[in-house]
Write a protein that binds this ligand. Sequence first.
Ligand SMILES: [Zn+2]
Length: 147
Amino acid sequence: MNATFSDITSRIQEPPQWWDQNGTPRYGKFHPSQSPSIYSNTVALLEIECQSCRDRFVVEMHSGWFEDREFNPKKLHYGDPPNHGCVGDTMNCIDLRVLEVWHRESFSVWQRVKLLEGAMDAPQWFVPAPKSKQMTKRKRTRTRASN
Ligand SMILES: [Zn+2]
């Protein structure tokens, strides 16, 4: 289960644009240089879904120091969703899609790798949400005021 980060969300009126690998709410437009790990050379932005309420979130994940060559974004699992005051906060999320993948060979030049983007392997127990619960591109991020 991720922390609520209510010390941050209670001070900012707008909803987070995305959450990083630590479940931290982030408010600017995503760029791989904003990954919490300055040493990662591969960064991915994923769309995940809460297993309980089926709300969707945009989350960041990144490679570790040694694992860069085996980093396959379509095999990633975010774990518990960002804390949103739901019983699903304690459940593993459903990983849906790789929205963006970025890689760098030099420290400051990021290149997008669209070949690694797309649908992720859904777990066997996964039942897609009804169309009415699926979010449009405009509604992709979700917030709930933390208590
Ligand atoms: Zn939920």
